[in-house]
Write a protein that binds this ligand. Structure first.
Ligand code: GLY
Ligand code: MN
Ligand code: MN
Length: 439
């Protein structure tokens, strides 16, 4: 992947500004490390999202430091050194020289010097910005450093006065996407659109869920994506009512709905899209009624996305719309107010409507500010994903709907004018899906 050093330098400048506004200090962000799967075989490496956002650097091990002290800003990297033998086996490394020349670090060191050098950077810093509790080895390293600095008090050393979550600064910034990020998200959406069309075309009776999954993931990788941004869900029949089901080996059958929740990752940014299509190419009448309710409410929720709106507000209107529809269909009785108050709607809709989206599928950023749902601002990206799930053993529901799960999920950018539905092109109207699901 190509690195745009100026882009990451501009992001670091904003972080430095925020650190200085909070009295300065040192931010320490570890890179992700490789994780053994078994023997000497590792899981596929995925860089830590904060580290990547700040550097564009996609190699494991080491860390970055952003030091904002006494008006001086320093960007320091600890990286794996060049190593001819290791690079033959495991791939190229940027090395210490590359960290300054390519990544524009003011100073770079071999990762093996971490323990010896870190204390010097932290000594006397007002605040250490470090995420405790994310990695036991890093926690231990940092705690040892703090103990070492405290023990040196008589020789003039001083431990930071506070350890604060770096996310307070980083995640506020990551929440509002810049143009480069939106470009990558749009690429992720393009692959995802192709993948969902492939799933609809390929999802005919007799196919296994894993075969549909392979079509989806082929579409992600074929066009330069790194693969799925989260575990691909292909859920046919009653599996569609299991929220965290993954593609298994069930066989698609006429009369079933097939729920596909799949998003491709491109440049470490992921889309997150769900479509639910009829395996036969045509929904049964009861399925179409349930689907139409979910779709109408989903479209209203997307329309509600604009600056100043809130995720809680959008969720509330979604719950209201679904509950009214469930009563109209006879799946619930009484009034919407009663069924919302006693939470009876949760029998059919048990999750939230939205989450932030970006480098992480459930992206970072506070959902509440000052005790209230946070107003949306341009540049935020969120999902809108209502669903209706009728359990297979729900004997009070009509037999024709038992084991039918529907979710419709789009990725929506907040703009100054309102919103842009990034995943609008992926068919979700019944007629449009039927035109793709030709059997
Ligand atoms: N695919 C995970 C989600 O929709 O939140
Ligand atoms: Mn989602
Ligand atoms: Mn999803």
């Amino acid at each position: 992947m190509t690195i745009d050093p100026a882009l990451h330098a501009a992001r670091r400048a904003r972080v430095f500004e925020a650190l200085e506004a909070r009295g300065g200090g040192v931010m320490l962000v570890p890179a992700a490390d490789e994780k053994l799967r078994n023997a000497d075989n590792e899981y596929v490496f995925r860089q830590d999202s904060d580290f990547y956002w700040l550097t564009g650097f996609d190699e494991p091990q080491g860390c970055l430091l952003l030091s904002a002290r006494a008006g001086e800003r320093r960007f320091v990297l600890f990286v794996r050194p060049r190593d001819k033998e290791k690079e033959i086996w495991n791939g190229r490394r940027l090395g210490v020289e590359g960290a300054t020349a390519v990544l524009l670090a003011d100073e770079a060191h071999d990762v093996s010097a971490l323990q010896e050098k870190l204390a010097g950077f932290l000594d006397g810093a007002a605040t250490l910005w470090f995420k405790l509790g994310a990695d036991a080895a890093w926690d231990e390293r940092v705690l040892r450093l703090l103990v070492e600095l405290r023990a040196g008090v008589r020789t003039g050393r001083r431990a930071p006065g506070a350890v604060v979550e770096p996310g307070r600064v980083l995640h506020e910034l990551r929440l509002v996407k810049d143009q480069a990020e939106l470009g990558l998200l749009r690429k992720a959406v393009d692959l995802t659109a192709e993948a969902h069309l492939a799933a609809m075309r390929d999802g005919w009776a007799g196919r296994h869920e894993y075969q549909v999954q392979s079509e989806i993931e082929y579409a992600f990788r074929r066009r330069g994506g790194s693969g799925p941004g989260y575990g691909t869900i292909v859920a046919t029949g009653a599996n569609s009512t299991i929220l965290h089901y993954r593609a298994g080996d069930a066989v698609l059958a006429d009369g079933d709905v097939c729920l596909v929740d799949a998003g491709g990752e491109y440049g470490l940014y992921t889309a997150d899209v769900t479509r639910t299509f009829p395996v036969s190419g045509t929904f049964t009448r009861p399925q179409a009624e349930l689907y139409s309710l979910c779709l109408a409410v989903q479209k209203r929720a997307v329309e509600a996305v604009r600056p100043g709106a809130t995720i809680d507000g959008i969720h509330d209107l979604t719950v209201r719309g679904l509950t009214e529809g469930l009563i109209a269909m006879g799946l619930l009785s009484g009034t919407p107010e009663e069924r919302i108050a006693d939470k009876a709607f949760r029998r059919f809709y048990m999750h939230r409507t939205s989450h932030w989206l970006g480098l992480d599928v459930h992206d970072v950023g506070d959902y509440q500010v000052e005790g209230a749902s946070r107003p949306l601002v341009p540049g935020m990206v969120l999902t809108i994903e209502p669903g209706l799930y009728v359990a297979a053993d729900d004997e009070q529901a009509p037999a024709a709907l038992r084991g039918v799960g529907i979710r419709i999920e789009d990725d929506v950018l907040v703009t100054a004018e309102g919103h842009q539905n990034l995943t609008q092109a992926i068919p979700k109207e019944i007629g449009d899906m039927e035109a793709v699901c030709v059997r």
